[in-house]
Design a protein around this ligand. Structure first.
Ligand code: 4AD
Length: 515
């Protein structure tokens, strides 16, 4: 066991403490890095530490000589995630991770880690999710959560730069904002209240005071099914604009999404590539987005193009599964072969896990395709678009697509009735491209008192709880509208993640709330 903390006399020579993201400004200078051992290896008279310090990764090279003699032995046995301070000269080295390495002259162990559960060997998602508090330190979550942070920054900038006023809406709400079936009830000093499903109703009041407003906060829905698109706690940004039509609101949504894509490309292009995201698909997020009505979408789903597309998809996926079977067999052979170096075995085992995961996803999709073909062909006007319909529509368009004017029965009570066709409401869902499905829901709001009240009664809402909301239609009611964007679905789309659970630091889903 290594002693901790432990200093070496070589550190007595003071050098500037810096961070890995700043090494390019300090080439050939002596610096100290503070971080954690991601990986280390030694052979003969040379040892390497891959250090991570929260800002990046850096290879630290330790040659055995008089200066490094006092700690060279320790380096060979450094446990993963040991906290260290390393001193040395910065050296530009393009082949090295991050482009700079450190030629080490001094090392201080701040804390020697115990056996770290997340080894470089592959682990299943269940295991990693249980160790979410430690998994943060691995490369993939590190990239994803940095991109999430940028997306959130861009969300705030977009609205702040355009004169929207931030209105913080309450989390304890007396009544439903969206459907009653996803309410989380809480005991509020003996009275039932609900965790906010949306801030929208409160924002509608605020936009009559400030004209353009937004709220941004955690949102709660008791989603009782486990899907790759649903969390029970997620973050939503909602703008609301007075004197705005449905088209005005959709134009804002379009501009907003383009600004997020451009910002992430500007700040995280390399990280997107590292995550395996096709950057060209993000570059393609440009105005104008496709716009189709629900009725057009319904006809499209039932038409020949969708059937042809799904049949081709089935053939492609079946071929890919055969290819993966061959790859998995090869990798398994390498991983078990005698005489193959350990790191090669580990690499093969890790690749085999990825291949098996892809294969299992594809097999599931292959089983579902005939069902999706049938669902699309049998689609009835009046029913809501299902997950598979959204996926089809979103995969068959090269950029996001707005679906507008849904039947009234599919949508919330506050949506504005279309004055030229009272079967539908003036609303939209924005479907992200590449099959990621809905990321935004929005609408024009019903500004007419009588129509709104009739709709509320029809939906059997407790009208007395909404008196304050009806007031907005009594005193200077104007056309207005807005939308809500789910942060996690946006992060999943931009990063190209199959499952929403990786997009939020601590995901909350049915049956999952640890750590
Ligand atoms: O379409 P939704 O339900 O719209 C509203 O809540 C409106 N009140 C918004 C508004 O007009 N101000 O939800 C908006 C978005 C969805 O498009 C999706 O991105 C996200 O919120 N969302 C979820 N994300 C993760 N898990 C869930 N369970 C989600 N439910 C909705």
């Amino acid at each position: 066991m290594l002693r901790s903390p432990r200093s070496h006399p070589t550190l007595a020579r003071m050098s500037t403490v810096t961070t890995i993201d700043r090494l390019s400004e300090q080439n050939e200078q002596d610096v100290t890095l503070q971080g954690w051992v991601y990986n280390s290896r030694a052979s003969g008279k040379i040892a390497f530490i891959i250090l991570r310090d929260g800002t990046g990764m850096c290879q630290c090279v330790i040659e055995k000589n008089e200066q490094t003699e006092p700690f060279f032995g320790d380096v060979k046995r450094l446990p993963q995630e040991t906290a260290v301070e390393v001193t040395g000269a910065v050296n530009k080295e393009e082949r090295s991770v991050g482009g700079y390495e450190l030629r080490v002259t001094g090392l201080k162990i701040v804390h020697a880690a115990g056996d770290y559960p997340i080894t470089p060997k592959p682990h299943g998602v269940e295991f990693l999710m249980k160790h979410r508090h430690l998994w943060f330190r691995s490369k993939r979550p590190w990239h994803i959560l940095r991109i999430r942070s940028t997306i959130i920054d861009q969300i705030r900038r977009f609205y702040n730069d355009r004169g929207y006023v931030l209105i913080d809406t309450p989390i304890f709400a007396p009544a439903a904002g969206e459907g009653a079936q996803t309410l989380f009830q809480v005991d509020y000093f003996g009275d039932p209240v609900y965790l906010a499903q949306t801030g929208q109703l409160y924002l509608e009041a605020a936009c009559m005071a400030h004209r353009k407003v937004y709220c941004f906060g955690p949102t709660f829905r008791a989603e009782k099914s486990k899907t790759r698109r649903h969390l029970t706690e997620f973050w939503m940004v909602e703008p609301e604009i007075a004197f705005a039509s449905l088209t005005d609101v959709m134009d804002v949504a379009e501009e907003f999404i383009c600004s997020i894509a451009q910002r992430v490309l500007a700040d995280h292009r390399d990280e997107l590539i590292e995550l395996g995201r096709n950057v060209e698909e993000i570059e393609a997020i440009q105005k104008p987005f496709h716009r189709m009505t629900y009725t057009e979408a319904a006809d499209f789903l039932k038409g020949p193009k969708v059937k042809e597309y799904l049949e081709r998809d089935l053939a492609d996926k079946t071929a890919r599964v055969a290819e993966l079977d061959a790859t998995i067999a090869e990798l398994e052979e390498t991983a078990g072969k005698q005489g193959v170096k350990q790191w090669q075995k580990d690499k093969a085992a890790a690749e085999a896990i990825d291949a098996r995961e892809e294969r299992s996803d594809l097999s599931e999709q292959i089983t579902n395709i005939p069902h999706h073909v049938k669902l699309a062909a049998d689609f009835q006007w009046g029913s809501d678009l299902g997950g598979s319909d959204e996926t089809i529509l979103s995969r068959m368009h090269d950029r996001p697509v707005f679906i507008t004017h849904y039947p009234k029965a599919c949508k919330a009570f506050y949506m504005r009735e279309d004055r030229s066709d009272d079967r539908v409401v003036e609303c939209f869902d924005l479907l992200a491209s590449q099959g990621f499905g809905e990321i935004i829901g929005g609408s024009a709001r019903e500004e007419d008192y009588d129509r709104l009240l009739a709709r509320m009664k029809h939906e059997k809402l407790p009208v007395s709880e909404y008196e304050w909301y009806l007031d907005l239609r009594r005193y200077g009611s104007v056309p207005h509208g807005g939308f809500g964007l789910g942060v996690e679905r946006t992060v999943a789309w931009i990063c190209g993640l199959k499952h929403i659970r990786e997009t939020i630091p601590y995901p909350r889903m049915m049956g999952k709330f640890y750590p």
